[in-house]
Design a protein around this ligand. Structure first.
Ligand code: SF4
Length: 84
């Protein structure tokens, strides 16, 4: 998990435990009912956990390039969009 930077938005987390089910070595729901990163695991597991989160509370970045791996909606758009 060396390259991934995992951030959990506590305001979005509803404590459903899906991330913990998918990647229990990485995520756990704490006593306050919010998910937290407490261990390590495979990159694939971490990304899968972020993908199953119903509220998109988990953001995953490549710590070397800064690229946002998940959520997709936050990924930088390609060059030809025409934002003003
Ligand atoms: S899957 Fe998302 S909402 Fe559910 S506990 Fe994990 S971070 Fe929170």
């Amino acid at each position: 998990m060396s390259k991934l930077l995992i951030k959990i938005d506590a305001n979005k987390c509803i404590g459903c435990g899906s991330c913990e089910s998918v990647a229990e070595s990485i995520f756990r729901v704490n006593a306050k009912g919010k998910a937290e990163v407490w261990g390590e695991g495979d990159d694939e597991q971490a990304i899968l956990a972020a993908q199953v989160c119903p509220t998109s509370a988990i953001e995953i970045k490549n710590s070397e390039t800064g690229e946002i791996i998940w959520p997709k909606s936050k990924q930088q758009k390609g060059g030809d969009n025409d934002e003003k």
